[in-house]
Design a binder for this molecule. Structure first.
Ligand code: PLP
Length: 334
């Protein structure tokens, strides 16, 4: 629609709609739907890693044993068995009551934006950061402030200079999107202490943390200070993104508002998918399946290795450390 058509139309856009931009990543992904096209730009996990036979069995079992509940409206918090499994899977003491199942971790970012950002609110992000997060935050009209990083992670002095009055710091400590960098243990300890000293809440996004090649990353920031952090996790990279399932772990003071924002957004995430994932996760399936994802990746053949280090990301010059996208590359496909 051109400007003239817009002016003549009866629709008056909200101010926030003007802040919405098309996602570059989603536009690129449209191309991947064409046969024969493999995009290295969209963050696609390798379809070879999707556990189809486990899903087939789980699908049949859920429909046979629990089909009516699976196809009915459900609780906004999520399927309790899945929330318990998520809590048990995470490497710190998590109360299932603090787990909110989301429609992908992308929805978690949207809910955080709605609950925590006013017009002009200062929001700190790493430089560079995940474009999808900026897209989720933008309609709330924050003042986005970039915090510098070095090879070990966030620059704590720069953080302290910029933290005054910030609503939160959005941070990706593991295999950061887009740099691929993992924050060192020492820097995590420093960041956690500095955030506590500054009274700065952290939003920790960790969709890639389980997909390591050589060494598991250090424990999440949230494990160090659960009351000062919201943790975002995803089933997209460890099971399949088509499920559109992720989760948040939120402090008690924040959880009810995030829940209300979710109710308004979509009532609940798909109950059938949640039961399927719970069925698949039972008996430690993820512990067996997740290590096979990096193993199925030919690291030296990862096209993004050359691409990221030479073109997009001067800051990142190492060997690929995770079996998933860097700058959105679909590495495991090769
Ligand atoms: C850093 C980061 N956060 C969140 C997401 C959203 O993941 P999903 O909504 O599929 O869980 C992605 C997707 O690539 C991502 O890279």
């Amino acid at each position: 629609m051109n400007m003239n058509e817009l002016q003549n139309a009866p629709w008056v856009m909200a101010k926030r709609a003007k802040k919405m931009n098309p996602s570059v990543i989603r536009e690129i992904l449209k191309v991947t739907e064409k046969p024969g096209i493999i995009s290295f730009a969209g963050g696609l996990p390798s379809p070879k890693t999707f556990p189809i036979s486990a899903f087939t069995a789980a699908c049949e079992k859920v429909l046979r044993e629990d089909g009516h509940a699976a196809l009915q409206y459900a609780a906004s918090e999520g399927f309790i068995t899945l929330r318990e499994l998520v809590a048990a899977f995470l490497p710190w003491d998590v109360d299932p009551a603090q787990v909110l199942i989301t429609t992908g971790s992308q929805q978690g970012l949207d809910l955080i934006a709605k609950v925590l950002i006013d017009e002009g609110s200062r929001v700190l992000v790493e430089t560079p950061t995940y474009l999808g997060a900026l897209q989720a935050f933008a309609p709330m009209e924050p003042e986005i402030v970039g915090v510098a990083s070095d090879d070990e992670g966030v620059d704590l002095a720069d953080l302290a200079n910029k933290a005054a009055g910030a609503r939160f710091f959005y941070v990706l400590p593991n295999f950061q999107n887009p740099t691929g960098r993992t924050m060192s243990e020492a820097r995590r300890a420093g960041l956690s202490a500095e955030a506590a000293r500054l009274g700065l809440p952290l939003v920790e996004d960790n969709p890639y943390g389980d997909l390591w090649f050589d060494t598991p990353p250090p424990p999440p920031l949230t494990a160090r200070n659960p009351e000062g952090c919201v943790y975002l996790g995803s089933f997209s990279k460890v099971l399949a993104p088509g499920l559109r399932l992720g989760f948040m772990v939120a402090p008690k003071s924040l959880y009810p508002k995030l829940l209300q924002a979710k109710q308004a957004a979509d009532l609940h995430s798909p109950g059938f998918n949640q039961r399927m994932v719970a069925e698949v996760m039972k008996d430690g399936f993820l512990d067996r399946h997740v290590p096979t994802i990096p193993r199925s990746t030919n690291r030296s053949a990862m096209p993004c290795w050359a691409r990221c280090s030479s073109t997009c990301l001067k800051v990142w010059n190492g060997t690929p450390q995770r079996a998933a996208c860097l700058c959105g590359c679909a590495c495991p496909r090769v």
